[in-house]
Design a protein around this ligand. Sequence first.
Ligand code: HMG
Ligand code: MG
Length: 319
Amino acid sequence: MMRTPTVVRAEGLPERVTIYEVGPRDGLQNESGLVPTAVKAEFVQRLLAAGLPIVEATSFVHPKWVPQLADAADLMTLLGETGRDLPVLVPNDRGLDRALELGCRHIAIFGSATETFAQRNLNRGLDEQFAMFEPTVRRAREAGLDVRAYVSMCFGDPWEGAVPVEQVVEVGKRLFDLGASQLSLGDTTGVGTAGHVTSLVRAFGDAGMGTDRLAMHFHDTYGQALANTYAALRAGITTYDASAGGLGGCPYAESATGNLATEDLVWMLHGLGIETGVDLEQVVSTSVWMAAQLGRPSPSAVVRALGGTVGPGTAESGA
Ligand code: HMG
Ligand code: MG
């Protein structure tokens, strides 16, 4: 059984890519059952042990809006010093207060490219969202925190349909102007296709926001996530969000299913000779273990292909 792809480099692609793991946050926020805090902490630890350089841990959002992550403070306490370097989602001042109390050093705000999703996800209009973020980002920066900003619905919106590229660029620019260091362009419901990715990245570049400050956040709802990643690689993007085992979705966008699976991404990148620092087998065994915790198999093609060969392992061995 082949456990690694044959490496053949393709022209014009980056040498190295940073994978920004969102499984514990984007993955688990959408689970119907409650996952015990200790299981979440083990999930995070195992992903770090597998070489994932950034693991987004949880969200300091309203616990009624996302009950699955209501244990954010307990999780961060359990993770201790390790947790302080992991990014957490923060939508507003109240979320920032909670994150600061726990010593968090990296936060991510999450804006919407469309009016309807801003209303549904943030209870704010498209313009109002910036008024909510402004004091939060300012205070976070003053406290020395790093601020990432997501933009959702960059490639289409289930309520509004097509989303003009210029509208996404405008929202992205306003988030950078607030003080974000990196923008993650989200295909929240996975409807985007490769040419659209190329044109969006180009439009950001034309507006002075280069690939060094952009990340891509693909969901695999329509099976396009890897094709879209390849287009983004060709356009020069070197940071990709992914979720171990393909867990995830967004509770406020019904048609959002799992994120691009970390394992599927790693298989493609390693086959292309692109370094990630990630140990594929350890991520697969983590997802096999997590699938057992959740009581259903992982939707990731690579986890299905390799899962039988690696076993769930343990937190200590990670293999
Ligand atoms: P709101 O109800 O408008 O809040 O919610 P508010 O400002 O009117 O405050 C109402 C009450 O909530 C107050 O309490 C606040 O203290 C409290 P009261 O004074 O009435 O007792 N409150 C909070 N409590 C705890 N933590 C907080 C907080 N904020 C207010 N942070 C809010 C506005 C933004 C809070 C709400 O809409 C919310 O929590 N939304 C989060 C939704 C969410 O987490 N969605 C999923 C993440 S986004 C995503 O998945 C997309 C992404 O992956 C990229 C992609 O795929 O596109 C990132
Ligand atoms: Mg997402």
